[in-house]
Design a protein around this ligand. Structure first.
Ligand SMILES: *[C@@H]1O[C@H](CO)[C@@H](O)[C@H](O)[C@H]1NC(C)=O
Ligand SMILES: *[C@@H]1O[C@H](CO)[C@@H](O)[C@H](O)[C@H]1NC(C)=O
Ligand SMILES: *[C@@H]1O[C@H](CO)[C@@H](O)[C@H](O)[C@H]1NC(C)=O
Ligand SMILES: *[C@@H]1O[C@H](CO)[C@@H](O)[C@H](O)[C@H]1NC(C)=O
Ligand SMILES: *[C@@H]1O[C@H](CO)[C@@H](O)[C@H](O)[C@H]1NC(C)=O
Ligand SMILES: *[C@@H]1O[C@H](CO)[C@@H](O)[C@H](O)[C@H]1NC(C)=O
Length: 357
């Protein structure tokens, strides 16, 4: 049974670990995540992420029967999404699920549309981008610090908006009940366009919560440095901020990069925070390629790279286990080298700037 004090202690751990590597109160339970496979094509190792088109494939939902189909209302006419929603509902109400302290949540993980930093990386080539241009705010013509969406990125978000409209009206999908977004501008704008003017249920309007730790892996690139809270609030006045969201970016440091293990650690912190504080079953997260890859590692999902503007659904089983959270501590950021001049090669990545002239 997940009781209020446990929820509160998991939550306080979630926020205190990030701020403070040695939290004073250890909780007596912790959350473990597994992916329920066989639901979406994306969770099947046979699906090639590089060619998969989620809008052409009903979000990847596999046509199949579920053990709960016989009790599905109006089952002769129910869509595959209605049957899945009924299945998830059935799982969440089953005595077995409660006995095992389990809970099923359907996450919709969306990557932002193309930003000016994505376009600049293609324009300059990855070596020159990583080792020179990405550390600048822009090139005089274009700004890519906390990049905004390009016209391509806006069009990608509009495609996903139309896709959601058809999911809601034709497929009768259960709409997200809560929305979270990275604090970086490209995600705020993508979420805003994706969920605008949809026939959403009145009780779950699109009011996203800005969550710091859904941000991209922090690198020396200025596109990973967020704007201040005042600026975000003035551009997205209907969005909410998580509790304690500070005015200024507390994490981005010039020429420093977050190690992958540290990113996975804080991805677990933010998932634990959401799963401890939000009782909803259908949850949308607008984030980034690197951060969604990290969330998938923490959830135990196969690697599934998303192109700009793409999204994937993941059915998660969260189990509340007895015992303290295995201790973790923050891992220090690494200093990043750069090149004094942009490298001229275009054909290989050189994050270590081995390609400096
Ligand atoms: C925790 O989750 C992992 C996969 O993410 C799974 O392999 C493991 O069995 C789970 N542990 C328990 C005790 O449920
Ligand atoms: C994906 O499928 C949609 C709908 O069939 C189509 O309009 C779109 O062009 C496709 N996208 C790509 C990148 O092939
Ligand atoms: C699933 O079934 C629907 C309706 O019968 C069909 O239109 C669609 O092509 C099928 N999708 C897949 C991936 O087989
Ligand atoms: C700046 O970079 C953009 C690509 O992001 C490019 O289109 C533009 O031509 C560049 N401007 C200059 C002055 O080089
Ligand atoms: C917030 O950011 C904006 C845009 O960069 C800037 O003009 C403003 O001075 C900043 N406000 C604070 C309180 O730092
Ligand atoms: C990459 O480009 C460099 C210089 O342009 C060239 O010497 C090298 O052979 C290329 N490497 C590959 C794998 O194509």
């Amino acid at each position: 049974m997940r009781t209020q004090p446990i929820i509160a202690s998991v939550l306080s751990l979630a926020s205190s670990v990030w701020a403070n590597p040695s939290p004073p109160h250890q909780p007596k339970t912790h959350l473990n995540y597994t992916v329920v496979t066989g639901i979406f094509q994306q969770d099947d190792p046979a699906t090639d992420p590089s060619t998969f088109n989620f809008t052409a494939q009903n979000f990847g939902l596999i046509n199949r029967t579920y053990p709960s189909d016989s009790s599905c209302p109006d089952r002769g006419k129910a869509t595959q999404w209605q049957k899945l929603n009924h299945y998830i509902d059935t799982l969440n109400h089953s005595p077995e699920t409660k006995k095992n302290n389990e809970r099923y949540v359907l996450l919709f993980l969306g990557r932002h549309g193309e930003g000016f930093h994505n376009a600049a990386e293609s324009y300059f080539g990855t070596p020159a981008w990583n080792c020179y241009w990405s550390e600048l705010d822009g090139n005089g013509t274009v700004t890519w610090a906390d990049a905004h969406l390009t016209t391509t990125g806006i069009a990608q978000a509009d495609v996903v908006n139309r896709f959601w409209n058809s999911l809601l009206t034709k497929e009768k999908i259960a709409a997200p009940e809560s929305y979270y977004t990275s604090p970086l501008y490209r995600c705020l704008a993508t979420a805003d366009l994706t969920f605008a003017n949809l026939p959403l249920p009145r009780k779950n309007p699109f009011v996203p919560t800005v969550k710091e730790l859904f941000r991209e892996g922090i690198s020396a690139h200025t596109c990973d440095r967020r704007s201040n809270r005042t600026y975000i609030a003035s551009h997205f006045p209907t969005f909410k901020f998580e509790k304690g969201f500070p005015e200024h970016d507390p994490y981005w440091k010039e020429l420093m990069a977050e190690p992958r293990e540290e990113q996975d650690r804080r991805s677990k912190v933010v998932l634990d925070d959401v799963f401890s504080s939000d009782k909803n079953t259908y949850i949308s997260v607008t984030s980034h390629s690197g951060e969604i890859a990290s969330l998938l590692r923490v959830l135990g999902h196969r690697v599934f790279g998303l192109s700009t503007g793409a999204a994937l659904p993941v059915l998660v089983k969260a189990t509340t286990l007895k015992g303290e959270t295995p201790p973790t501590s923050t891992i220090p950021y690494n200093p990043q080298a750069t090149c004094a001049m942009p490298p001229t090669i275009r054909n290989s990545t050189c994050n270590d700037c081995s390609c400096c002239l």
